[in-house]
Design a protein around this ligand. Sequence first.
Ligand code: 6CS
Length: 320
Amino acid sequence: QTWRMVTEEVDGQVQYEYAQEFADRINEKTDGQVTIEPYEFGGLGNETDQVEQLETGAVEMAVMSPGFTGNMVKEGQLFALHFLFPDSVEQTQEVLNNSEALNTDLREKYEEHGITPLAYWTEGAMQWTSSGTAIESPSDFEGFKMRTQTSPLILESYRAYGADPQSMSWGELYTALDRGTVEGQENPIFFIGDASFYEVQEYMTISNHNNYVAMTTVNSDWYNGLDEEMQSTIDETVEEMQEWVFEEQKAQNEEWLQTIKEDEENPTEIIELTDEQREAFRSAAMDVRDFYRSEVSTVDGEILDKLEQEITDITGAETG
Ligand code: 6CS
């Protein structure tokens, strides 16, 4: 049997490396009975096409970002909220692994659309890059043309700082930054490096304002139709991969930070925010939580409330 697994990234990047490793493990565990074909970004269309392919069962598996499913699963947009997850990436992964709000409640919301998220994992803390303006305080975002993914709440999060956000596929982003169609974007460091965005940006602000979360997803009907043994093999492999991908993103993010710092041909000014500067963004971002509860959530923010409690239980501090 051959199953397809689409990703939103290309060879060498975290999602695609994940898919390859996942495929190798399944192949080995099934003594070659099952082959999983990983697809790079673009191989079967753009990010939005991929969501549709998984929904309809045209592909069996996908690595998918909630940032592209916001128009479908409203609740999934909670990942867009800035300063929600712990500052520590380790603790963030702990929340992603153990949260009932995400692994039970949010999973059910996705399943209403035929998609089952089997796991959530971080690709690292997100940072801002910019040209023209160094982003150090919310006022630096005033009128700033910011590229984001398609989820409406991501755009709302930048409007809260006064920015002028627009969504586009990352496939168009290098050119858009180069031409000044947009002035900045957010991503984990490895992606800012590997997709060469830093080459066409002047500044990188270490904001850690959010985490890039990806999901390992399957078409629900397909998954539910597998025999028990195959389902367990998949579940067990998804579980093992959590530790693997944490180490992978960590290594890639560390390596790329070094490379960006040392690239003299493409100098990038790296800005570390002080606690006070970060606090200004954090307080400007808080209204977006209310917006999520009142305008976005279809269950009055219940999943977010539960998640906030789970986060507090792990960090011992309020998230808001
Ligand atoms: O910015 C984006 O849209 C892309 N960023 C990452 C880290 N992975 C794929 C995604 O499409």
